[in-house]
Design a protein around this ligand. Structure first.
Ligand SMILES: Cc1cc2nc3c(=O)[nH]c(=O)nc-3n(C[C@H](O)[C@H](O)[C@H](O)COP(=O)(O)OP(=O)(O)OC[C@H]3O[C@@H](n4cnc5c(N)ncnc54)[C@H](O)[C@@H]3O)c2cc1C
Length: 375
């Protein structure tokens, strides 16, 4: 019997990556050119939070998901190459917010960079993988009145999502998840010297900052990083990118969400500026707002939602905001405002959900509950 030895070798990983990138390009170009007036879910903002939510939703092939992002592609050297990260600050990939001048800082106005690109902050940040402290999570759970936010619950989520490449530690560190995490490779000699210094003054040191240290009363360690072989591993790349060849996930860049649309108290969709035009797109099931700590409340306020006193107190920033003030005085919006400021509200279907990383989003300010995203 003649054996066929002419078995094609597996394509090189770089070829596979190039093929996949090409497939994504073709798929997303097609989906964007046939933008629909209606999707099941609309996720606004592709940053650390929105990327995870969009992916989890798109895992169900029977639903359509539209992911809207004001910024552009993350396929640029300053995002991909970890060493070039600084170049993003002040670039088109940074919203470029500045704090008001602070008299306690000699009148300086501190820059408050935020990512404006696929992946949001996770595409321009310093890549440190930093979990919250046990006490913070437990506090967050008690504030939210929802044990799903507590440390024990969140630790299990971390174990599921991590792909930890440091020394095995199954109690605290997960392997095989979507998020590649590495101990910082080749730290500068100053780093271990700092740890020696910390120990010498009684500060405990730890093998990394994301295990036991997050249960203790303080300590020091060398950081963990979301980078592999010098390349950034953003949350967007971990979650959304592998799904961008699918027909049910449309990722639209340079799409600015300007406001939510409503039918009475029910969020029905969004209004966006895209390709020089205003589009209204409906969400059959839910709209998810994951626009970051500044833009999420801003878009809510532009939609007439928020603390009424705040809406009236703030100066008119621009025409859109003045429109909001006018809307805030109208009967239906007044009701909407009262509704949105009622504490402990858990909306049912047709809702707008706010998602942000807990350290940056304070639900108490908007008095609007944020359901826990299951990762
Ligand atoms: C320079 C820098 C360094 C940092 N370093 C670290 C670090 O090392 N480790 C760490 O854990 N954290 C770090 N962070 C913080 C971390 O990146 C953020 O906490 C996190 O990304 C916030 O996630 P998010 O989903 O809430 O918002 P974002 O990641 O900011 O995502 C919001 C997304 O919504 C988009 N968007 C906003 N408004 C609109 C609109 N109207 N229409 C459409 N899209 C819109 C934005 O462009 C953005 O992509 C850093 C942040 C910065 C800026």
């Amino acid at each position: 019997m003649k054996i066929d030895t002419n078995i094609p070798a597996s394509p090189e990983p770089s070829t596979q990556a190039a093929d996949f990138a090409q497939r994504i390009h073709v798929n997303q170009t097609k989906l964007a050119s046939k933008l629909k007036p209606h999707y099941d879910f609309i996720v606004c903002g592709s940053g650390s939070s929105g990327a995870v939510v969009a992916r989890k939703l798109a895992e169900n092939p029977n639903v359509t998901v539209l992911l809207l992002e004001a910024g552009g592609t993350d396929d640029v050297p300053s995002v991909i190459e970890a060493g070039q990260s600084l170049l993003n600050l002040g670039s088109e990939r940074d919203w470029g917010f500045r704090a008001q001048a602070n008299p306690h800082l000699n009148g300086r106005s501190i820059p408050m960079s935020m990512g404006k690109v696929l992946g949001g902050g996770s595409s321009i940040n310093w890549m440190t993988w930093a979990r919250g402290h046990k006490n913070d999570w437990d506090y967050f759970a008690s504030e939210a009145g929802d044990p799903a936010w507590n440390y024990e619950s969140v630790l299990n989520t971390y174990l599921r999502i991590e792909d930890w490449h440091g020394a095995p530690d199954p109690k605290y560190r997960g392997t095989g998840g979507p998020v590649f995490v590495d101990p910082a490779p080749n730290p500068n000699p100053i780093a271990p010297a700092m740890l020696d210094g910390a120990r010498s003054v009684g500060i405990p040191t730890f093998e990394n900052q994301n295990g036991r240290m997050m249960e203790g009363s303080g300590g020091a360690s060398i950081i963990d990083l979301l980078a592999r072989d010098g390349k950034r591993m953003s949350v967007f790349r971990a979650y959304v990118f592998p799904y961008m060849d699918r027909p049910n996930l449309t990722v639209l860049t340079h799409a600015l969400v300007t406001r939510l649309t409503f039918d009475g108290k029910r969020a029905t969709g969004v209004e966006i500026t895209y390709d020089g035009k205003t589009h209204r797109i409906e969400a059959g099931i839910e709209v998810i707002l994951s626009l970051g700590a500044i833009q999420t409340p801003k878009v809510l306020m532009q939609s007439g939602l928020g603390d009424q006193v705040e809406l009236q107190r703030l100066p008119a920033w621009d025409r859109t905001f003045r429109t909001t003030q006018v809307l805030a005085a109208s009967g239906s919006t007044k009701k909407r405002l009262r509704h949105a400021t009622t504490p402990a509200r858990r909306p049912s279907s047709g809702r707008a959900i706010l998602v942000s990383t807990p350290q940056t989003f304070r639900p108490a300010r908007l008095k609007y509950r944020s359901p826990v995203p299951r990762c």
